[in-house]
Design a protein around this ligand. Structure first.
Ligand code: ATP
Ligand code: ZN
Length: 285
């Protein structure tokens, strides 16, 4: 195999983040607008732009070697592909929602009721696990208007902020599935394809890690240095350099997003001054 073929959403909520991720991996893609396929000059990658619903099948069939798709679509389509990496964007949940004027008595109260959704398989499995029988009406878009036009009593739809549900007089009552975009691969990928995938994954992980971390530089009085260094993990350990002014050092380290604010406060309390926080572009361990 001379190049890896990746399937990406043509337009929609995953398109921009998918293309941005490839670009952050140093893969230059020209002409992504209104194209069905494009190639990169600086990485052996060919990109197919498709409807997200078709991506699992293209990857299973080996028309594309890998693809970027939401876990929701992957589960619904039930295609035999392998998830190789969670990508951290396209986050949403598939939730049950009812008209705001109605009370919610829990999943058992769905017995015998009509549920509109574009995800009949996921919703059907969920109901089966709960031992509830309901009528599932599959509709492919604008699910949120179904109760208003008398097509269903309840909907199961994708939600991120909840704004669309609210505008349609609905209320989210029960999450069924949490979802994000993932990278999937064809299970029969050959050895050279696998090597290219490993090299792409290496870059993706470096980009993702970099996003989760910040580079921190600060000034510390030498008599406080031990306390300050103890608060900083660093990739191995923090870098400590003397400042031109005697009795002071410059300390450099890497902090993850989760621990960031807590550590910054404790560093200040421990005597750190002039704290600079800088984004990291790539991070390779
Ligand atoms: P296509 O034309 O490719 O079939 P689509 O209309 O089915 O597009 P989009 O609305 O672009 O799909 O959503 C694509 C994916 O983005 C969803 O399957 C889901 O994984 C993710 N997503 C993230 N947040 C949301 C949200 N609030 N609503 C819908 N999808 C979301
Ligand atoms: Zn779709």
């Amino acid at each position: 195999m001379s190049r890896l073929r990746i399937a990406v959403q043509k337009s929609g909520r995953l398109h921009d983040d998918s293309v941005a991720l490839l670009r952050e991996c140093g893969i230059d893609l020209r002409n992504v607008k209104d194209r069905l396929r494009t190639e990169s000059d600086d990485f052996p990658l060919e990109v197919f732009f498709l409807r997200d619903d078709d991506i699992p099948q293209y990857v299973e069939d080996g028309v594309a070697d890998i693809g970027i798709v939401g876990q929701n679509v992957l589960l619904e389509k039930g295609r035999d592909v392998e998830v190789v990496q969670e990508l951290g964007f396209g986050k949403c949940r598939l939730s049950l929602a009812v008209p705001r004027s109605e009370s919610w008595e829990g999943v058992p109260s769905l017995e015998g009721r009509r549920i509109a959704t574009s995800y009949p398989r996921i919703v059907g499995d969920f109901l089966a696990r709960q031992g509830v029988r309901a009528e599932i009406h599959e509709i492919s878009g604008s699910v949120e208007i179904a109760p208003g036009i008398g097509l269903a009593d309840v909907v199961a739809d994708l939600v991120s902020s909840g704004g669309t549900l609210f505008m349609n007089g609905l209320r989210e009552v029960e999450p069924i599935l949490q979802s994000q975009a993932v990278l999937v691969k064809n299970k029969g990928l050959d050895a050279s394809g696998q090597r290219l995938l490993e090299s792409l994954l290496f870059r993706i992980r470096a980009v993702k890690r970099a996003k989760r971390n910040k580079y921190v530089l600060l000034n510390a009085p030498n008599d406080r240095l031990a306390d300050i260094v103890a608060l900083l993990p660093g990739m191995k350990s923090p870098t400590v350099l003397p400042l031109a002014e005697s009795g002071w050092s410059s300390v450099h380290s890497v902090l993850s997003e989760e621990e960031f604010w807590d550590r910054i406060e404790r560093l200040k309390a421990a005597g750190a001054q002039g704290i600079l926080v800088v984004p990291i572009e790539k991070m390779v361990l």
